[in-house]
Design a protein around this ligand. Structure first.
Ligand SMILES: NC(=O)C1=CN([C@@H]2O[C@H](COP(=O)(O)OP(=O)(O)OC[C@H]3O[C@@H](n4cnc5c(N)ncnc54)[C@H](O)[C@@H]3O)[C@@H](O)[C@H]2O)[C@@H](O)CC1
Ligand SMILES: Nc1ncnc2c1ncn2[C@@H]1O[C@H](COP(=O)(O)OP(=O)(O)O)[C@@H](O)[C@H]1O
Ligand SMILES: [K+]
Length: 505
C-alpha cells in the first residue's frame, strides 16, 4: 500500500522533524534524493543523453525555479548535478529566489537567467536533456500565474525528460485538481510521503511515474488521508480458494438485476460474480432476464421473482440494481434485500431508487454503493460536474451521509468508508467507459462480499481487478505493447481470469 498525506499533515511533520535537525538539512535531503533520481534518468539514457560516460557529465539540465522552498530544492539538486559535470541553467521565475540554493548552484558552476530575459529561457528549455520543475510544491494554490504558466507549457512540450520536484506545478496537492496550465511531468520525485493529488486524476496523469524519497518524516506523520493499493494488498483481500473449499464455503452471492426489458446488465453482473470466484451464483429477476442469464451462464441458479425473494434460497451477500428498473416492484425487492442483515451492494437503477428512498440505508450490515458521478450527484443533491471536479471530497461526504462504503467510478475510481483513508484505484483505462462495464464490477465485488471480504476490501479489490482486466482486454495478447483496442464489457468479463493470475506473479 502507498500512503498519502494532505499538506497540513506534511507541514506539521516537517516542523516536528526540522526542530531536531540543523537548519537546511531537510531541504538538502530532498535535493539529494531528487538529484539521484535525475542522475539515474540521465545514466539510463532516458533523458536523451547517449554515449560513453555516466550520462550526467555534459548533460544540459534546466531548473524552473519558483519563489518558495520548492525552488530551493531544485537549486540544490542542480548544484549536485553541476558538480558532476552537468551544464545547469536555472530559470528564475519567482518574485524572489532561495538565496542559499542559488549561491550553491553558482558555486558549482551553474548559471541563472531571469524568466523575462528575452528568448533565453525558451532556448534553454528547447536545448535541455532534463528539466526539473521547481516552481511550486505543496505551497501552490489555484491556477498557475505567470510566468509559471508559460514556462509550464514550454517545458511540457520540450523533448527533455521533465522531472517534477515534489509535485507537478499547477496540481493541487490535496485533491489532484488542475485549474488551467500545469506541468505534465514524466517523473515526479515526491518527498517524505505521497500527496493525495498524485493519486487522483488529473493530478495523477500530470505526475507520470512517481518516486518517493524518504526524508525521515515517517515517525512524525499522523494518519494518512488516502492510499493506493498494490497487487499484494489485493491478493490478501480476495477470498482464496482453499483446498477444503466447496461451492457453499466460497460464498454464494445473490444477484438481483435485469427486468423484462433490460437483460444485458443482468448477464454482465452475473458474469462478474462467476468470474470473481463465487462458488455458486443465485440470480433473481423477471422471466426474460432469467432466460438470458441461463443461456449465457448455465452455472448460475436462477429464480423468476415477482414482488418477493422468498423462494430464492440462501445467499451470503446481495448485488442489487443493474437493469432492474426503478418502478414500485424494483423498490419493493430492493427494500427486501436491504432489510436483511447480509452485505449488500447497490448499483445503477438501485441507486436511483435510493435517491427517493434514503431511509432504506438505515441498516447496520455492510452496504456498498457503486455510483458514477451522475448517480452520486443525485444522491447528494449536487451536480455531476462538481463531483467530477472534486472526487475525493464528494466520495468522503457520501460515505458519511449515506452510512455506506462508497465506490465512485470514473477516470480515477475512489472508495471511501467513514473514518478511513480513501482508497484510490491505480488500475483502469478510459476504454472501460463502455456500456455495461460497471455491471461487471458490481458482480465481481458481490463475489468478494459473499466470500467474506470486508466491504472496503471487496470494493478496492473489485476496482483493481476490473481495471486490470480492462487494460489486459484492451492490450490484447501482445504483452508490453502500448497499442490498445476498444473493448466490450464482455471482454472485461473474459479478461478477469488473466487479471487474477497477475496477483500470483
Ligand atoms: N518545509 C520543509 O521542511 C520542506 C519543504 N520542501 C519543499 O518545499 C516545498 C514547499 O515550499 P513552500 O512552502 O515555500 O511553497 P512552494 O515552494 O510550493 O510555493 C510557495 C510560493 O508560491 C507562490 N504561489 C502559490 N500558488 C501560486 C500559483 N498558483 N501561481 C504562482 N505562484 C504561486 C506563493 O505565493 C509562494 O511564494 C515542498 O513542496 C518541497 O518541495 C522540501 O525541501 C523538504 C523539506
Ligand atoms: N475515463 C475513464 N477512465 C477509466 N475508467 C473509466 C473512465 N470512465 C469510466 N470508467 C470506468 O468504466 C466503468 C463504467 O461504469 P458505469 O459508469 O457504471 O457504466 P455502465 O452503467 O454502462 O456499466 C466504471 O468501472 C468506471 O470506473
Ligand atoms: K514542482
Amino acid at each position: 500500500m502507498r500512503y498519502a498525506h494532505e499538506v497540513e499533515k506534511v507541514r506539521a511533520a516537517e516542523r516536528a522533524l526540522m526542530a531536531r535537525l540543523p537548519e537546511g538539512a531537510l531541504m538538502r535531503r530532498a535535493a539529494a534524493g531528487l538529484a539521484s533520481v535525475c542522475a539515474g534518468l540521465l545514466r539510463s539514457g532516458r533523458a536523451g543523453v547517449t554515449g560513453p560516460g555516466d550520462g550526467v557529465y555534459g548533460a544540459e539540465v534546466v531548473l524552473l525555479v519558483g519563489s518558495g522552498d520548492n525552488g530551493g530544492d531544485a537549486l540544490y539538486a542542480g548544484e549536485r548535478l553541476a558538480r558532476r559535470g552537468a551544464r545547469v541553467t536555472a530559470i528564475l521565475a519567482g518574485s524572489k529566489t532561495h538565496e542559499g540554493g542559488l549561491a550553491a548552484l553558482r558555486s558549482a558552476g551553474g548559471r541563472a537567467v531571469e524568466a523575462g530575459d528575452g528568448d533565453r529561457p525558451v532556448r534553454a528549455i528547447e536545448a535541455a536533456d532534463l528539466i526539473i520543475d521547481g516552481m511550486l510544491g505543496i505551497g501552490g494554490r489555484g491556477g498557475l500565474r505567470e510566468p509559471y504558466a508559460t514556462l509550464a507549457g514550454h517545458a511540457s512540450c520540450a523533448i527533455a525528460t521533465l522531472v517534477a520536484c515534489d509535485l507537478p506545478s499547477g496540481v493541487d496537492a490535496d485533491t489532484g485538481v488542475v485549474s488551467g496550465a500545469a506541468v505534465h511531468a514524466d517523473v515526479t520525485v515526491t518527498f517524505g510521503t505521497y500527496k493525495p493529488g498524485l493519486f487522483v486524476d488529473p493530478g495523477a496523469e500530470h505526475a507520470g511515474v512517481v518516486e518517493l524519497v524518504d526524508i525521515g518524516l515517517g515517525p512524525y506523520l499522523s494518519d494518512p488521508d488516502a492510499c493506493l493499493p498494490q497487487a499484494a494488498d489485493v491478493d490478501l483481500w480476495t477470498p482464496q480458494a482453499q483446498r477444503e473449499s466447496n461451492k457453499y464455503r466460497r460464498g454464494v452471492p445473490g444477484v438481483l438485476a435485469g427486468s423484462e426489458t433490460f437483460t444485458g446488465a443482468a448477464v454482465l453482473s452475473v458474469g462478474g460474480a462467476v468470474r470473481g470466484g463465487a462458488g455458486m451464483v443465485r440470480f433473481a429477476s423477471a422471466r426474460h432476464s432469467v432466460e438470458l442469464v441461463r443461456h449465457h451462464w448455465p452455472e448460475a441458479v436462477t429464480s423468476v421473482v415477482e414482488d418477493s425473494l422468498s423462494g430464492v434460497g440462501r445467499v451470503n451477500a446481495w448485488v442489487a440494481g443493474p437493469g432492474m428498473g426503478t418502478d414500485e416492484r424494483a423498490e419493493t425487492l430492493l427494500g427486501e434485500v436491504l432489510a436483511t442483515d447480509l452485505p449488500v451492494l447497490v448499483d445503477a437503477d438501485g441507486l436511483t431508487v435510493l435517491t427517493r428512498r434514503r431511509d432504506l440505508l438505515g441498516r447496520s450490515a455492510p452496504t456498498v454503493l457503486t455510483p458514477h458521478a451522475g448517480e452520486l450527484a443525485r444522491l447528494l443533491g449536487t451536480d455531476a460536474d462538481q463531483v467530477e471536479a472534486r472526487r475525493l471530497e464528494h466520495v468522503r461526504r457520501a460515505a458519511e451521509e449515506l452510512n455506506a462504503t462508497v465506490l465512485l467510478k470514473g477516470s480515477t475510481t475512489v472508495i471511501a468508508e467513514a473514518d478511513r483513508p480513501v482508497r484510490v484505484n491505480p488500475t483502469g483505462t478510459p476504454r472501460l467507459a463502455t456500456a455495461g462495464s460497471g455491471d461487471v464490477l458490481s458482480g465481481l465485488i458481490g463475489a468478494f462480499l459473499a466470500g467474506g471480504a470486508a466491504a472496503i476490501d471487496a470494493a478496492a479489490a473489485g476496482a483493481y481487478l476490473h481495471g486490470l482486466a480492462g487494460r489486459l482486454a484492451a492490450a490484447g495478447p501482445e504483452p508490453g505493447s502500448d497499442a490498445e483496442a476498444p473493448i466490450s464489457a464482455q471482454d472485461v468479463v473474459d479478461a478477469l481470469p488473466a487479471a487474477f493470475r497477475t496477483l500470483a506473479g
